[in-house]
Design a protein around this ligand. Structure first.
Ligand code: FES
Length: 250
């Protein structure tokens, strides 16, 4: 992990309340799929945790939803050429074993973004099946990247595009046909709970990337602590954000 001063190359709206920020670094930083960065925004003491979508040499792209003053200031004030203070790379990220050939990706809302980095890393070496859920058609973004999978199913809560239902429902409808070796997921907690329930007893590892509130992003403040099923606690920023779904209380 290191703290760098990055230069904004692009910061644009890509869907309803969702922005894509690309920044340049002075050096290449190796970033694993599923890792994240903490971005400092002027006037706000706490950095914002944001998932990495793409890491291409010295260029990193992260995507974020407008949530509060910090993300709104990030969208409004950081245009091309502005300087940003960034901590990166953070967290453990997703690992796919050599033996895991068929990989199902289940994402909802901003949870699709860490999975985009998985697609970019593994779309040539693995058979990827993506089930990506959005509120509605206006929330859809990054469809080109999602289409790089062996199969991609888009789902919307209101049926305005693709399958009418959740990403988990779309996935489970095809589960027997696909029979993945591993499932990687990210999204809101109710979605992850539904996935955990649906995958119970199937003997397939399911890894989830948790989206928690964060303070420091480096394991020091304990703002992001989650409960584990064995009664222990874990820091989402440092011990995660990726966990086996059976290991965490959702
Ligand atoms: S955000 Fe501070 S310990 Fe995780």
């Amino acid at each position: 992990m290191r703290e760098v001063t990055a230069t904004v190359l692009e910061n644009k709206r890509i869907a309803d309340e969702v922005y894509s920020l690309t920044f340049g670094l002075d050096e290449i930083v190796s970033v694993r799929p599923g890792q994240f960065v903490m971005v400092g925004v002027g006037g706000y003491p706490l950095r914002r945790p944001i998932a990495v979508c793409k890491a291409e040499g010295e260029r990193i792209t992260v995507c974020y939803r407008l949530k509060g003053g910090g993300t709104r200031a990030l969208a409004r004030d950081y245009k091309m050429g502005e300087k940003l203070s960034v901590l990166l790379p953070l967290g453990n990220g997703f690992y796919v074993k050599d033996s895991e050939k068929k990989v199902a990706l289940v994402g909802g809302g901003v949870g699709i973004f860490p999975l985009i980095s998985v697609i970019r890393a593994y779309n040539k070496s693995k058979e990827l099946y993506a089930y990506m859920g959005f509120r509605n058609r206006a929330a859809l973004c990054m469809e080109y990247d999602m289409m790089q999978c062996h199969k991609t199913v888009l789902a919307t809560d209101d049926g305005s595009l693709g399958y009418h239902g959740t990403a988990v429902q779309a996935f489970m409808r095809e589960y027997e046909e696909v029979r993945p070796d591993v499932v990687l997921a990210c999204g809101p907690v109710p979605m992850l709970r539904a996935l955990k329930e649906a995958m119970k007893g199937r003997n397939v590892p399911v890894y989830v990337s948790l989206e928690e509130r964060m303070g420091c992003g480096i394991g020091a403040c304990l703002v992001c602590v989650c409960e584990k099923t064995d009664g222990a606690h874990a820091r989402v920023c440092k011990d995660g954000p990726v966990f086996l779904i059976d290991d965490v209380v959702l």
